[in-house]
Design a protein around this ligand. Structure first.
Ligand code: BES
Ligand code: MN
Ligand code: ZN
Length: 485
């Protein structure tokens, strides 16, 4: 049960519920314990504050947990989602198996987000921990109870929330896998499983097929690994095609990034298993899209390689020819994401994409610019950017638009090829975006740099540490909103 903070001015009011919750709360109306709790000062309604009552009068449940909603006027889907997560994460270790979230009628608009929050909160990065009690710390059933309202609408909202959050959890599962368990072939298997389960087409180009097409940029990165690369396409087609528009979601799937010959420092290198978070977000989004059936054709493209160092690895100074025909001087083998995406973007363009959004753990520089809270977004088309930003906001993800002035392009100059794969020391995430733009143009395109947001170093009260599954909800929302334009 979610209760809001008391207005200062109501401090001494004689309101029966102590001002904690609105008068329409059926639970509050049943007894005086809420008022008592309020007067005792034990519970103020501050955001995420929690109090447990055992067998309170008038309630059938063994325990009633009251959680603070903060200021009522500031309450939004973001808080609702987090409260769902906070509840699950606080109760899970206590051996509780079933949870009913009781909302007041006024909180009914947040059913979708509450459902999402509970499913997301239940996820843990503990797959490889052999804690024998793990299974006992799992909630088996979540229920959201809302008195009154339209049952069908409420059920649909809860169901949507579940579908989206489960898709996001699939993304987190994939990102959580270490690179010895998840290589490019394993990512192919995961994509195929999602596609076949939902009747979507899944096409996979292997090394030979890519060589025939001339994907020199992607293959140059892949040649340093014994694990072969793939380019995956999963396609969702709507029941009724919409205006011939075709959204492409493109993901960076580097299952491990050593940096190649321009090798990374060993400190923290283990985290480079998450360098396929963009690819995993595309797979997760396609799973939700296949279930929620938006009215636009969506193809998810996943470029997957391992950036390793064997005797055949590409060297700094190597010049490769991309599928688009442009030549690239590889000045740094650690700037591999843009190389594989270059060919994936060209491929998406050649296969009829009218709009492209890519997600990639592309640069460390984006964390320097934005920290760990905002996705950095870049575009060649303000209209698509605005659509994306609106979708991202509606889905409760934070995205910040980054500049793409022509001046930054000047940092990308090669003496020996059409372009180098790195710019200078400054504006690293912007030069990376400009590099991609050379392959996305002229199609409206948004690039998401999720290097700063795809991994949570510290857990939150509502979310486990580890993979965040960022971008999934924005992707799904963008596709669902399409018909409304
Ligand atoms: N995968 C990395 C980016 C990254 C860094 C992701 C930290 C997550 C956390 C990417 O391939 C990379 O190495 N980028 C280089 C680019 C540089 C060589 C121009 C970087 O950011 O240092
Ligand atoms: Mn790299
Ligand atoms: Zn990388």
């Amino acid at each position: 049960m979610v209760c809001f903070e008391t207005e200062e001015k109501e401090e001494n009011s004689s309101d029966a519920s102590g001002g904690l919750i609105s008068q329409d709360s059926p639970i509050a109306a049943q007894s005086g314990w809420l008022a008592e709790l309020r007067t005792s000062g034990e519970f103020t309604g501050k955001l995420y504050e929690m109090t447990v009552l055992h067998r309170p009068e008038g309630v059938a449940a063994k325990r009633l947990v009251i959680v603070g909603g903060g200021k009522k006027e500031k309450f939004s889907g973001v808080e609702a989602r987090r409260i769902g997560g906070v509840l699950v994460r606080a109760l899970k270790p206590k051996g509780i198996r079933s949870l009913v979230l009781a909302l007041e009628p006024s909180q009914a608009p947040w059913v979708l987000e509450s459902a999402e929050g509970m499913v997301l909160g239940a996820w843990e990065a503990d797959k490889y921990k052999s804690d024998p009690k793990k299974d006992e710390k799992r909630i088996d059933s979540f229920t959201i109870a809302v008195p009154g309202g339209n049952e069908k609408t409420l059920r649909e909202a809860a169901e949507r929330g579940r579908v989206i959050a489960e898709a996001q959890n699939l993304t987190r599962d994939l990102v959580n896998e270490p690179a010895n368990k998840l290589n490019p072939a394993a990512l192919v298997a995961a994509a195929k499983e999602v596609a076949s389960g939902l009747g979507m087409m899944c096409e996979v180009l292997d090394q030979e097929a890519m060589a025939k097409l001339g994907m020199g940029a992607l293959l140059g990165v892949a040649q340093g690994s014994d694990n072969p690369p793939y380019l995956i396409a999963i396609q969702y087609r709507p029941p009724v095609p919409y205006d011939g528009e075709h959204l492409a979601l493109v993901g960076k799937g580097v299952t491990f990034d050593t940096g190649g010959i321009s090798i990374k420092p060993s400190d923290g290198m283990e985290k480079m298993k998450y360098d396929m978070a963009g690819a995993a977000a595309v797979i997760g989004a396609m799973k939700a899209i296949g279930q929620l059936k938006p009215s636009i054709t969506v193809t998810g493209y996943i470029a997957t390689v391992e950036n390793m160092v064997n005797g055949k690895a590409q060297r700094p100074g190597d010049i490769v020819k991309a599928l688009s025909g442009k030549t690239i001087e590889v000045l740094n083998t650690d700037a591999e994401g843009r190389l594989i995406l270059a060919d994936a973007l060209t491929y998406a363009n050649r296969n009829g994409a009218t709009h492209i959004v890519d997600a990639a753990t592309l640069t460390g520089a984006i964390s320097i610019a934005l920290g760990h809270y905002n996705i950095g977004a870049f575009t060649n088309d303000e209209e698509l950017m605005n659509r994306f930003l609106a979708a991202s906001r509606a889905a409760g993800e934070k995205t910040w638009q980054m500049p793409m002035d022509e001046e930054y392009k000047e940092y990308l100059k090669s003496a020996f090829a059409d372009l180098p794969n790195i710019g200078g020391r400054y504006g690293g995430s912007i030069t990376a975006a400009w590099f991609l733009r050379e392959f996305a143009d002229p199609t409206p395109w948004v690039h998401l740099d999720i290097a700063g947001t795809a991994w949570l170093d510290d857990g939150k009260a509502w979310l486990s540490k580890g993979p965040s599954g960022v971008a999934v909800r924005s992707f799904v929302q963008l596709a669902l909103d399409w018909s409304r334009h």
